[in-house]
Design a protein around this ligand. Structure first.
Ligand SMILES: [Zn+2]
Length: 469
């Protein structure tokens, strides 16, 4: 009965958007909730929240105002401003306590955007050609505005959650490891306020193939970033009198060994499931190789073939790659120093100490010094909890029948790593579908397809409601 009604509602929502992806200028009428969401979203993206000149506190206050208008009380929210202009808002929608809290995490800061580089003002929401275009239109204000609008709707509907729904809207995500603000700061300084059984964050989303939804990515892990500075030093001298101790050759040989070295294949639940489900969208040898790897006992030939594709290689193992070299001081002098930078992306289920030891062994030069300039901040993968999977997969089937949910490990970083480190499993899932060729987050003319955003917001609404029922 409930499912039936749900389906009708979905059908109505989707019908409402049919034919709206093209160059149509007149958009279909929005429902009252969609209109409210639109207004929150527009206001949020039009507040500049860049590090250089933006104001996250102003954005947090604007969102606070929408929540107050929906019936939230001032004492249900806290604004933290460790630095001027860099506010973070934490909201708690109290439940009856029969389940442990859920955390909804979204950052409200955005990457810099210069007016002269963009076709239109990056801080004015452009709504045409079927797209919302602005800085932050997807990363991550789509999610931040969705969460605010969802909590507001649930409050207006008189929803009584079975668990506290915590919303954390944070700053300084785009700056990387910032212990003094944002999600990292909340974990360190306000842990009880954000403590949850599990959470939802950015990092996932659906994939379209020529406008058709094909798979729904759920980010459950991310690789760990670390950088090493290498150096070989020597006494140098006149280049007319070469010696056997030239540091360029020594460093070059060490890097050559690194280039030929492959870290061992290490699979975890997330990457095994990723290969298993990705195999459905492939054919022939590639599909067979993915299934072989997913079985947990892959033959070496399958691993070799998959490793030729950088994404699969990076999914199978930890990688360390030389990214910079710098040596010598004159063309007619023997070099006194040769330096290199090696950037590592460690699997979340790998051991950084083992990677460090393996790297030293491979580079294996007595005179070579190796210093970690950016020590790894490890974050364990979130388990594929059956309760979380059931909700995400169930809603994906309701809204996009036939679309598979694929757990992923991202090679980049999100604030989820701080939560995972703190023992809060967190999942990157949004229901917002994009074309892989249209990935513009952090780049120029960032945009999201209008109907896809409303769909994603609807998905997240149902997801939050189901988790908190
Ligand atoms: Zn982001």
């Amino acid at each position: 009965m409930r499912l039936q009604r749900h389906r009708q509602a979905v059908a109505a929502t989707l019908l409402c958007f049919a034919g709206w992806a093209g160059a149509q200028t007149t958009a279909p009428a929005l429902t009252a909730e969609q209109q409210r969401f639109h207004d929150i979203y527009k206001e949020l993206v039009e507040i500049n929240t860049t590090d250089s000149v933006g104001n996250n506190t102003e954005a947090a206050r604007a969102l606070q105002k929408h929540l107050l208008a929906a019936g939230f009380k001032a004492d249900e929210m806290q604004l933290f401003e460790p630095f001027p202009r860099k506010g973070n808002l934490v909201v708690r929608f109290k439940g009856d306590g029969s389940k442990k809290p859920i955390l909804l995490l979204a950052h409200i800061d955005v990457v810099e955007a210069r007016r002269e580089d963009w076709k239109t003002d990056p801080f004015k929401l452009k709504e045409d050609d079927g797209y919302f275009t602005a800085r932050g239109s997807s990363d991550d204000k789509a999610m931040a505005a969705s969460f605010v609008s969802i909590l507001s709707q649930l409050r207006r509907e008189g929803f009584k959650p079975s668990r506290d729904i915590i919303l954390a809207l944070t700053s300084d995500e785009e700056l990387g490891d910032v212990p003094s603000n944002g999600a990292f700061w909340l974990v360190n300084h306000q842990r009880p306020l954000i403590d949850a059984e599990f959470g939802i964050n950015e990092g996932g989303g659906g994939q379209l193939n020529k406008g058709k939804p094909i798979l729904h990515r759920m980010q459950v892990a991310e690789k760990v970033y670390t950088t090493y500075k290498l150096e070989v030093r020597d006494v140098g001298g006149h280049s007319s009198l070469p010696t056997a101790t030239n540091p360029v050759y020594e460093l070059g040989a060490a890097l050559g060994r690194l280039g030929a070295y492959r870290f061992p294949v290490k699979l975890a639940e997330v990457t095994r499931t990723y290969f298993e489900r990705s195999a459905q969208f492939e054919t022939g040898q590639l599909a067979d190789d993915m299934r072989a790897v997913a079985s947990g006992k892959p033959d070496e030939a399958a691993v070799d073939r998959l490793s030729r594709t950088p994404l699969y290689n990076a999914t199978l193992r930890t990688t360390c790659v030389a990214t910079q070299v710098n040596a010598g001081h004159a063309e007619n002098a023997l070099p006194q120093s040769a330096k290199a930078t090696v950037n590592c992306r460690i699997l979340p289920h790998d051991d950084p100490a083992e990677v460090d030891a393996a790297l030293r062994k491979v580079l294996g030069s007595e005179r070579l010094t190796m210093v970690a300039s950016n020590p790894p901040l490890k974050s364990p993968p979130s388990p594929l909890r059956p309760d979380v999977m059931a909700v995400v997969e169930g809603l994906t089937q309701q809204m996009w029948p036939g679309v598979t949910v694929v757990p992923t490990m991202s090679t980049g970083a999100t604030d989820s790593r701080f939560m995972r480190n703190a023992g809060i499993p967190i999942y990157g899932v949004s229901g917002i579908f994009t074309e892989p060729s249209d990935a513009r987050a952090h780049g120029l003319d960032e945009r999201v397809a209008i109907p896809r955003l409303y769909e994603g917001r609807e998905f997240m609404y149902r997801m939050v409601k189901q988790f908190a029922q």
